[in-house]
Design a binder for this molecule. Sequence first.
Ligand code: URA
Length: 272
Amino acid sequence: MEHDSEFHAALAALAWQIDLGADEAIGEVPVNRYEAVAASESVVPQPQTTAPFAPPAARRAVEPPPEAPAVDAVAEARHVAAAARDLDGLREALAAYEHCELKKGARTLVFADGNPRARVLVLGEAPGRDEDMQGKPFVGRAGQLLDRMFAAIGLSRTAPDAEKSLYITNVMVWRPPQNRDPSPEEIAMMLPFVERHIALVDPDVVVVMGNTPCAALLGQRGITRLRGKWTQALGKPVLPMFHPAFLLRQPHMKREAWADLLELQAKLRVTA
Ligand code: URA
């Protein structure tokens, strides 16, 4: 009975608000009005001095709390990444890292896939929708093309043999909203983790796919200019290649990608 009358009272209050024109929820997040009132009531009323029409103290905005000291998110990333002793430790360090806003919008942390003993580490950009749902890098259409590309030179993420296997990870472990490009700040935060990741896997070569990993590892963009040319980063040979998502949009560029795969195969033979 009592609940019944509470329900009708709440409904009547809602109808009253709608009559007043408040018929739309505008804020992104709910506001607890009880807390706001309690906080404003705790403000000591000030005697009126000059302005006769100044709002009563109880209705004045509550002073914002003093700002917390700024955190150096990159320094923190460096510190926790360096402390990771192995890949599990690195994954845990990433899971506990709270400074990257992308984490809030992502479903899962996409860490890596493949064989950690592989000679080739593939570094991509960031998880997309499929990767975010499955928690593994490169599992959508671009990932299927990536698998076919590397299979053409005898490499696979599922091969147990280190000689024939791949290890795959991304610069970003959280999906950016609407698959937007990660910002330079977000890349800078992830870089210490990427560097530690590469050090722990210790591959013979790193293949960077697309502009984001080139920006992160090489400090350069312009994949069309960079692709197919070996360079060095973190003491490893690095080969930039077109991203498979780009190749899906520009299939005529697959010829270049094929040349790059043959280049990789040749490098693996000479460094065997
Ligand atoms: N694109 C990437 O760069 N990485 C993924 O994991 C998926 C798509």
